[in-house]
Ligand binder design. Sequence first.
Ligand code: COA
Length: 217
Amino acid sequence: MIIETERLILRPWGEDDAEDLYTYASVPDIGPPAGWPPHTSVENSLEIIRTVLSAPETYAVCLKENGKPIGSIGFHRNDLAEANDEYELGYWIGKQFWGQGLIPEASREMLRYAFEDLGMNRIWCGYYDGNEKSRRVQEKLGFVYQRKTEGIEVSLLGEIRTGHSSLMTKERWQRVELFRHQRKTLDTFLQNGAISRAQYDKSFGDLCELMEMQGVE
Ligand SMILES: CC(C)(COP(=O)(O)OP(=O)(O)OC[C@H]1O[C@@H](n2cnc3c(N)ncnc32)[C@H](O)[C@@H]1OP(=O)(O)O)[C@@H](O)C(=O)NCCC(=O)NCCS
């Protein structure tokens, strides 16, 4: 399966990606926040491609401009997502690409794919205590916070952590998509001069409140 977004191609990992994977996954700010250790060598990255990233519904996040992988995104089943119509979404992206909204962009398309093509009804997403960047990604996507869980064993790092989980149901996702569509319409009205900035701000505020979409982008 190959998934396309405005700036990205999501496609399965291949053994040829080991060097690029090592470049990004050896940086200590990437794996540990997600619960896994930094990669130690290109050979280690190759092993991870063979054993972990070859799992179904796991995709290399590649820049459209050169096709090279810069991160990873995928669905898996675990304690949060146990039923056949549920998945958990996981993601990371190379540090030099942070802050460009690339993971939200990839995730939006993954959500569409999960609900429309894979027949899923619930997508979970989690983050460990203190991972504000990932918390914010989930908020922007419209996930709804569910609960805090203490005493989670992070076996690959030999640590005990507190985790937070959030959920996107199919119904919520349809409302998020509608909200984003309505916001785009407002944006167009503002750009055309059909409404003033003050009218825009008022309408946008009302829309967020009415649809319960505070913080969603
Ligand atoms: C979490 C992560 C995937 C976000 O991806 P991204 O494509 O950068 O997402 P965004 O561009 O939407 O940025 C999300 C938030 O990160 C923060 N952020 C962005 N760039 C940053 C930077 N250079 N330094 C610190 N924080 C930054 C901002 O708060 C931003 O929110 P905003 O859009 O409201 O400003 C990425 O930071 C990452 O790979 N982190 C390490 C691995 C990880 O934590 N994975 C998730 C495990 S649950």
